[in-house]
Design a protein. Structure first.
Length: 130
């Protein structure tokens, strides 16, 4: 499925496509005999693998999510986020790209600097290429 297949003007097609993609699971979203890109949550990627994986949002308050910091069981919540990060990283067979933004547009407007996920510091330096 491609965004251009959705009805309406071009500016409406991408939001419809992203909404559709968010509801799909990995094994339903690509045909086995052709190259494709799959957009999945880390939860939906469990048990699946790809040649290359891009993990986006590798920023503090996104990974781990800010809710983990305010959870009454904070340490357990952060550990669950760490396990989820591990799941995301281990979906890659050959290449793994961990991506983050230097700043984010916040609700209500205005840019705010973002900090790298603390999980990135736990990756052995010899495994990382910048």
């Amino acid at each position: 499925m491609i965004a251009a297949n959705f009805p309406g003007p071009a500016e409406e097609q991408l939001p419809l496509f992203l909404e559709y993609a968010a509801l799909m699971t990995g094994d339903e979203s690509a045909e086995a005999d052709r190259n494709s890109v799959q957009l999945l949550t880390c939860h939906a990627a469990k048990g699946l693998e790809w040649r290359a994986v891009f993990v986006t949002g590798c920023e503090d308050n996104l990974f781990p999510h800010y809710r983990a910091y305010i959870d009454p069981e904070r340490q357990e919540a952060i550990e669950e986020e760490r396990r989820l990060f591990y799941v995301a990283m281990t979906r890659a067979k050959e290449q793994l790209y961990l991506c983050r933004a230097g700043r984010r547009l916040r609700p209500g407007g205005g840019w705010q600097p973002s900090q790298p996920s603390p999980f990135l510091d736990e990756i052995p330096k010899e495994c990382v290429t910048w």
